[in-house]
Design a protein around this ligand. Structure first.
Ligand code: HEM
Length: 123
C-alpha cells in the first residue's frame, strides 16, 4: 500500500494546505492558532519524509541520480517552508525563503511527476 504514490501525495497536499492556513492565521494576527497548525505541519513533514523514503528505498534501484535529486529537492521544500514560517514568527524578512520554497516546490513537482512511478501505480 505504501509503495503506491497515493499516501505520499496525500501527505504533501495536506502539508501544503496547512502551510497556507498557517500563513493566513499569521496575517490575521492569530498567533496561538498558527502555532497549533505549525505543529501539525511539522508532523506532516515527517510523514512526507517517511512516505517519500519508502518510495525511495523501494524504487531507487540503480537510478541513484534522479532519486537522489528528488530526495534532496523534497527535503529542500520542507526546509524552505519551515524557514518561511519561523522567519515570519520572528518578524524577519521571509521573501528569500519564500522564493526558495516556490522554486524548490516547482522542481520537486516536476521531478516527481516525470519520474517512473505514476499516479495509477497500484502496488
Ligand atoms: C513537499 C515535498 C514533496 C513534494 C511536493 C513531493 C512531490 C512528489 C510528486 C508529485 C511525486 C510523483 C507522484 C506520482 O507520480 O504519482 C513524488 C514521488 C516521489 N517522491 Fe516526493 N515529494 C516531496 C517530498 C519527498 C521526499 C522528502 C522524498 C524522499 C524522502 C520524496 C521521494 C519521492 C519518491 C522516491 C517518489 C517516487 C518517484 C518515482 O519513481 O516516480 N519526496 N513526490
Amino acid at each position: 500500500m505504501f509503495t503506491s504514490t497515493h499516501p505520499h501525495i496525500l501527505t504533501w497536499v495536506v502539508a501544503l494546505i496547512l502551510f497556507v492556513v498557517a500563513l493566513a492565521l499569521f496575517k490575521n494576527g492569530m498567533a496561538k492558532q498558527m502555532k497549533i497548525v505549525h505543529m501539525t505541519l511539522r508532523l506532516f513533514y515527517i510523514l512526507i519524509i517517511i512516505t517519500g523514503g519508502i518510495l525511495f528505498f523501494h524504487f531507487a534501484g540503480n537510478d541513484h541520480m534522479m532519486y537522489g535529486i528528488k530526495f534532496v529537492s523534497g527535503i529542500a521544500v520542507i526546509g524552505f517552508a519551515e524557514m518561511v514560517l519561523v522567519k515570519l514568527k520572528k518578524g524577519k524578512p521571509a521573501k528569500g525563503m519564500a522564493i526558495g520554497l516556490v522554486i524548490s516546490l516547482l522542481v520537486t513537482l516536476y521531478l516527481g511527476f516525470s519520474m517512473p512511478v505514476g499516479f495509477d501505480f497500484l502496488g
